[in-house]
Design a protein around this ligand. Structure first.
Ligand code: SF4
Length: 324
């Protein structure tokens, strides 16, 4: 983000355009008409159509390692359609991680005629906004911000809604409103882990039942919560692109801090990250976990609604000492 902004470009997260569209299913239909496989994650179909059908952006920074296993081929499709792409890789090596990441960031900055120093300097501006997002996260812990509001603000940090100044002002207004609220009534506190859901109205369903999402794992990571002095180090502390154990350590720390009673693990249909559910369940074995799967940006299916209902009911009973 600092590279895009410091070079006077406008950041646009293709995911955000796709999911906030009045009818995101249009994008999925277009991808199918372009003969993208049906058994492909729908986020990928959305990204493809936003970039290729709508030509929403002039150039793309494509994270070809550390984000999504489909991005390699998707990047080739962008190029095949004459879109300029800048490839960026989060290194997988543990031994030389710092230097490799520093080289990646320096090379990307150079592609926009910047040095790493310029980028680090610009981060003093984005730091102010990132601190405000932290405030929203704290207000969520304090029961003054809903899980959905938390999701929306934190996930928007991937492009600051394409206007950093306006975004920053809007946060100030929101914080003022949230601070004046009475804390919400909820007995059960939930963590929401995994990729951001393609069905955002899932939060309304959950939070209607006297329980509250107090932790959105990946959305919080998207805000780059690390406050390390060193700019490169912040992107090493960012858990999402690295191993599942980095994520698990962060989840364990946060669920303890936020006094979480149960975890909803959201997985996306046809996403390789679904496999990680096995490791998550093995290493976070002291807490009830419900894994739910989403596919299209539609209302939640009845089977998932029943599973969420039963899970929350069980957590209420557990909290009331009715079950162990
Ligand atoms: S949900 Fe999984 S498969 Fe889909 S874009 Fe995200 S990482 Fe890729």
């Amino acid at each position: 983000m600092e590279i895009v902004l410091a070079s006077n470009n406008i950041p646009i997260d293709l995911n955000n355009i796709f999911i906030s569209h009045d009818n995101p299913l249009e994008y999925i239909d277009y991808a199918h008409q372009s003969v993208l496989p049906r058994n492909l994650c729908n986020w990928i179909k959305g990204l493809y159509s936003v970039a290729i059908r709508d030509r929403s952006v002039d150039e793309i920074i494509s994270v070809v390692s550390g984000d999504c296993s489909n991005t390699h081929a998707l990047t080739e499709l962008y190029e095949e359609n004459n879109i300029t792409v800048h490839r960026f890789s989060y290194p997988s090596s543990k031994t030389n991680l710092y230097n490799e990441l520093k080289t990646e960031i320096t090379n990307l900055a150079a592609a926009f005629s910047l040095t790493l120093k310029d980028v680090q300097e610009y981060s003093k501006i984005t730091d102010i906004v990132r601190a405000k997002l932290k405030k929203i996260d704290q207000l969520t812990i304090d029961n003054k911000v809903t899980g959905f509001e938390n999701h929306l603000w934190l996930v928007s940090s991937t492009d600051f809604c394409s206007d950093l100044e306006k975004f920053s002002k809007n946060i100030d207004e929101f914080i003022k409103v949230a601070e004046d609220r009475e804390p919400m009534d909820s007995t059960v506190r939930l963590a929401f882990i995994g990729v951001p859901p393609i069905i955002p109205n899932i939060y309304n369903l959950i939070e209607k039942k006297s329980c509250k999402v107090v932790f959105n794992e990946v959305q919080r990571q998207f805000t780059i919560p690390s406050e390390a002095e060193d700019f490169v180090q912040r992107y090493i502390d960012y858990t999402y692109p690295y191993t599942i154990w980095d994520r698990i350590n962060d989840i364990k720390e946060q669920i303890k801090l936020r006094k979480v009673d149960g975890i909803i693990h959201y997985v996306q249909s046809f996403c390789y990250r679904q496999i990680q559910d096995i490791v998550i369940r093995k290493h976070i074995d002291n807490m009830p976990i419900l894994t739910i799967e989403g596919d299209k940006p539609l209302d939640i299916d009845n089977r998932t609604i029943i599973r969420i209902d039963s899970f929350i009911e069980m957590l209420h009973d557990k909290k009331a000492g009715k079950v162990r």
